[in-house]
Design a protein around this ligand. Structure first.
Ligand SMILES: [Zn+2]
Length: 214
């Protein structure tokens, strides 16, 4: 398993990425649309409906990527949810490093935006921003706040919501953590995989990723 120090980014070196993607099964990048049955994907950074108020990914990007162990865990989560008539909806997954740098210029607060000095779980392909929707029509469950709500009400321990909202949040958190994800205390929608240092930070743009990942 290759390790990388915080500053030793693979960056946009496609040759390195292809080598590691082929050589190390756990680093393989997966197309979640194809791999996770029935999943809803709405990449909020591919439109204007995000805290930057402008597309940070190519407009209308609709394919989400994550590393293989993450994709396999999401598939297991999705199977458990589908049995309840529910589905995951992905708001963000793999995020090119350059986008994290742009976020940091806008929001200098490590509670809500990853410091580029460390790279983020999203840059490593091991973090996802998700919510729950009805499987048959995509109607969202009420989680109390929208995505990227940078207030205390987005915190996992915020308790001043009606019981149904708290139950919806608990359902999401329980099912994700049961399948190996770690929750983030400040964002109810953010979950990351373990051993982040094993997964290099990537700055492969979506258009290049699309050509590489089958
Ligand atoms: Zn996130």
């Amino acid at each position: 398993m290759p390790k990388n120090e915080n500053t030793a980014f693979i960056s946009e070196n496609l040759h390195n990425f292809k080598h590691f993607d082929a050589a190390f099964d756990c680093l393989h990048m997966i197309n979640l649309n194809e791999f996770v049955p029935n999943i809803y994907i709405d990449l909020r950074y591919a439109g204007n409906d995000n805290f930057m108020h402008t597309p940070m990914y190519p407009f209308h990007t609709a394919i989400a990527y994550a590393r293989k162990p993450v994709a396999e865990a999401l598939k297991a989560v999705q199977e458990a949810l589908n049995a309840k008539g529910l589905s995951l909806k992905i708001w963000d997954a793999y995020r090119p490093y350059a986008v994290t740098v742009a976020f940091w210029k806008r929001v200098h607060d490590e509670r809500y935006v990853a410091n580029p000095a460390n790279g983020s779980g999203h840059n490593r392909g091991i973090a996802v921003d998700v919510t729950l929707v009805q499987l048959h029509n995509g109607m969202p469950l009420d989680m109390g706040t929208d995505f990227d709500n940078f207030t205390d009400s987005a915190h996992g321990n915020f308790s001043q919501f009606p019981s149904q909202i708290l139950a919806n949040r608990k359902l999401l958190q329980d099912i994700m953590t049961t399948h190996g994800f770690k929750a983030l205390p400040t964002e109810w929608w953010h979950f990351s995989w373990i051993n982040a240092a094993n997964f290099p930070v990537l700055n492969i743009p979506f258009k290049k990723m699309k050509k590489i990942v089958q």
